[in-house]
Design a protein. Structure first.
Ligand code: TYD
Ligand code: MG
Length: 452
């Protein structure tokens, strides 16, 4: 019998060591090195070996022909957009997210709505449990096969029989291959099973969707190299207490990473939210002070987002500043600008800021709405609900232009806003907007326009 070979892996970052040590020299974590048995064998689970196939010849880039068939639509518009127009043949997509966020639900829904033959492999739930879940979801796909299996060799046997067009694996951490003797979820198993699936995907041009667990600090569990190996990394996030979820691309070899998909979790599964502004803006009867709406862009998609601020006299000596969904450093900067450049006395006030809907915004165009919300709360005067803002605020207190302002104005107009505040320096196309565009260049302009 061949001698069993073992190696030591850091369970945190995947670095390989020849012997055990207490602290990983790569990621500096203590006690993360574990011994894993590896049995080196030449043959792999997916048999169609490269030696049989003709070796690829180099081609001129102009001679490579693309056909439309290279993308498969998932019939799920939000997912298609985040993917950049559908699943690319032969691609590997990794979907990560916290437990209970809805990863299995999303991919089962895709399996049931896509008009292709799908094999859904679950290592976490039994066929009955999946059937029960499928009963709650509305869509039906006669050609959806469910398999409960964790051994890649058996999965490939099923694939050879069923010949699916799309393969879904729930989850990569439950898989194991015969060629490695480590337990499922260990670094070497994850790396090896993913490598087998990638080989299968590339050789058969079948798109593979993988579900991945995440660690407590939000990274996908397993070796870091996993994210390099796959073509697309999607992150499914959102507050579990909120009913909606956001799907983002962290990496996409075939599209932009700035697109965003929004879903609402209902009792019949995930509903695609086509007009996200409707849920991001709170419904209220009267205008309240301290709220302002910003016309932001997430990728190419306009989003109207509500900013809420609460400014009150500090109870303790040091005023508190807290922010949810918006960079706290940027909030402090804006407060300093308000104090120094516009003369508002906020130094002794507590300031709390919240972006509703539990989402995080990086778009600098939200600055003006943050400033407006703070001023509104400070004066206890409300801003009419039909007003919105889209501009960046600079250190000199100047209101700076933002990109694609026409897109933002159009969206605000479509949703029934009557006034939008933008920078004077923004080039706006000379279209006949029914929405009133207010051009501002200083914080005082905003203040005078709203509260005087
Ligand atoms: P699930 O897809 O199992 O999460 P994950 O695979 O990411 O761990 O989602 C589970 C949650 O979704 C669970 O809390 C119940 C909820 N849910 C609904 O609200 N409606 C539904 O139709 C389904 C199927 C699940
Ligand atoms: Mg699951």
């Amino acid at each position: 019998m061949a001698k069993t070979k073992t190696t030591f892996f850091c369970q945190n970052c995947g670095t390989q060591y020849a012997k055990w040590i207490g602290k990983c020299t790569a990621c500096n974590e203590w006690n993360t090195i574990a011994e894993e048995i590896i049995q080196k064998e030449e043959k792999r689970a997916w048999k169609q070996s490269t030696s049989i196939k003709k070796t690829q010849k180099a081609l001129k880039i102009v001679d490579i022909v693309l056909n439309d068939e290279d993308r498969i639509t998932t019939k799920n518009n939000e997912l298609d957009r985040v993917l950049g127009g559908g699943l690319v043949r032969g691609s590997i997509t990794l979907l990560g997210g916290e437990p209970g966020i809805g990863k299995s639900t999303l991919l089962l829904q895709v399996a049931l709505s896509i008009e292709k033959k799908v094999l859904y492999v679950s290592g976490e739930e039994s066929q009955n449990q999946i059937k029960m879940r499928a009963e709650r979801l509305e869509s039906k796909n006669e050609d959806c096969l469910i398999l409960t299996e964790t051994k890649t060799q058996n999965i490939f046997k099923n694939i050879e029989e069923a010949q699916p067009d799309v393969l879904i694996i729930d989850s990569i951490q439950t898989l194991h291959t015969d060629f490695i003797d480590a337990s499922p979820g260990s670094i070497s198993q994850i790396r090896e099973t993913t490598a087998e699936l990638i080989k299968f995907a590339k050789e058969t041009s079948t798109p593979v969707l993988l579900i991945g667990h995440i660690t407590k600090d939000g990274h996908i569990a397993g070796p870091k190299i996993l994210e390099h190996m796959v073509d697309v990394v999607l992150q499914f996030e959102g507050d579990r207490n909120h009913t909606y979820r956001i799907l983002r691309a962290q990496k996409n070899r075939f599209g932009s990473t700035s697109e965003l998909g929004i879903y609402e979790m209902q009792s019949i599964g995930l509903r695609e939210v086509e007009n996200p502004s409707e849920i991001l803006i709170s419904q209220k009867d009267e205008s309240l002070s301290g709220t302002a709406i910003s016309a932001t862009l997430e990728g190419m998609r306009p989003l109207m987002i509500e900013v809420q601020a609460l400014v009150s006299t500090a109870v303790y000596g040091t005023p508190q500043r807290s922010s949810t969904g918006y960079n706290i450093k940027r909030l402090n900067m804006l407060l300093a600008v308000l104090e120094k450049r516009a003369g508002f006395r906020l130094g002794a006030k507590d300031v709390f800021l919240n972006i509703t809907g539990g989402i995080k915004v990086d778009d600098p165009a939200i600055d003006l709405a943050v400033v407006a919300a703070i001023l509104s709360s400070n004066d206890d005067e409300s801003i009419p609900q039909e007003f919105c803002f889209a501009a960046e605020v600079g250190l000199a207190g100047e209101i700076r232009p933002v990109n694609r302002v026409d897109r933002r104005i159009l969206e605000a107009e479509k949703l029934g806003f009557t006034k939008i505040f933008v920078s004077k320096f923004n080039k706006i196309s000379k279209k006949n907007y029914s929405i009133k565009i207010v051009l501002v260049s200083k914080i005082e302009d905003i203040y005078n326009n709203l509260f005087v």
